[in-house]
Design a protein around this ligand. Structure first.
Ligand SMILES: NC(=O)c1ccc[n+]([C@@H]2O[C@H](COP(=O)([O-])OP(=O)(O)OC[C@H]3O[C@@H](n4cnc5c(N)ncnc54)[C@H](O)[C@@H]3O)[C@@H](O)[C@H]2O)c1
Length: 276
């Protein structure tokens, strides 16, 4: 869909990192913005920066894991702008650790935010987009971690694979309603994402934690969130399903695909599954 001055966009995790950068890129197109995030102070700072550039922006405090807060955020968006066209389900947290040692409470925390947050945004906003008949778009922020997995980050991978699969299912379903679907899949982007793991429910970990230090290094060497955001806007306008940002990760996807093809071929040789 074309983004214009009458396009209304709701962005979760809009006060920082990729969400804020998407808000900036959308503001350049003149779109009206509703930013949702956990802290009013951070939202005020983000809104002030956007307003200073002439953006029409409002904010709402909303924990995406909480269905009631998402419903209130949707009401606030409609009350302020009358309608909504694009929803960016972007808020997310990171969690890794050694399997067998990760608290189940922490597992539920990441799944509630990274998966149910996206589900809440989609389930609650889709009827609102359908209702005006002008079409719209849903962008779900997954990750390259939703396509290729590595050790010691199992909860994050599980949550992001879920978001990729969910988005793939939504695309054909929402196309007849003229609602496009994209899934944003960056690798490392310079944001505050690594800091989210410091505040997981089972307690604060120190900035000297080895996993935190590793994340800190790779995130700080990541690409600029502004580039991710501007490419995301182009991909929405082109109605592209996958929004990739790191061409150097393509071989890892090819390796995974090759493994699937090989294991499928092995299954086809098993006598009980042989065809013909
Ligand atoms: N930075 C990366 O390298 C990278 C790579 C791939 C995917 N991602 C994904 O991008 C998305 C945005 O993260 P980011 O990198 O910009 O990090 P960030 O920490 O800078 O921004 C995330 C924002 O989400 C907010 N948030 C966290 N939990 C929330 C909740 N329960 N309800 C509402 N808001 C909440 C935070 O307050 C923060 O403002 C996440 O889904 C993340 O998993 C990031």
């Amino acid at each position: 869909m074309k983004i214009t001055g009458s396009t209304v966009i709701f962005i979760t995790g809009g006060a920082s990192g990729i969400g804020f950068a998407i808000a900036e890129a959308m503001a350049e197109k003149g779109a009206k913005l509703m930013l949702a995030d956990l802290s009013q102070n951070k939202l005020d700072e983000a809104a002030a920066a956007l307003s200073a550039k002439g953006a029409d922006v409002a904010t709402v405090v909303c924990d995406v894991a909480d269905e009631g807060q998402m419903r209130s955020a949707a009401d606030a968006t409609i009350n302020r702008f009358g309608k909504v066209h694009i929803v960016v389900n972007n808020a997310g947290v990171a969690l890794g650790g050694r399997t067998g040692e990760i608290a189940l409470r922490d597992w539920r925390w990441i799944m509630d935010i990274n998966v149910m947050g996206v589900v809440h945004g989609t389930e609650i906003f889709t009827p609102l987009i359908r209702s005006h008949g002008e079409g719209g778009h849903i962008v779900n922020t997954a990750s390259m971690a939703g396509h290729v997995a590595s050790a010691a980050m199992a909860p994050y991978h599980a949550s992001k694979f879920a978001v990729v699969g969910y988005s793939e299912a939504l695309q054909p379903e929402l196309a007849p309603d003229n609602i496009g679907v994209s899934v944003l899949c960056p690798a490392w982007v310079k944001t505050n994402i690594h800091r989210s793991a410091l505040d997981k429910p089972t307690g604060h970990i120190g900035e000297d934690d080895p996993l935190f230090l590793k994340m800190n290094n790779v995130i700080n060497a990541g690409i600029d969130a502004g580039d991710v955001a501007r490419w995301t806007v182009e991909c929405i306008e082109d109605n592209r399903l996958y929004i990739f940002t790191h061409p150097d990760f393509a071989p890892f996807i090819q390796k995974r695909n090759a493994q699937i093809v090989a294991d499928y071929a092995a299954a086809a040789q098993y006598p009980a599954f042989k065809q013909g």
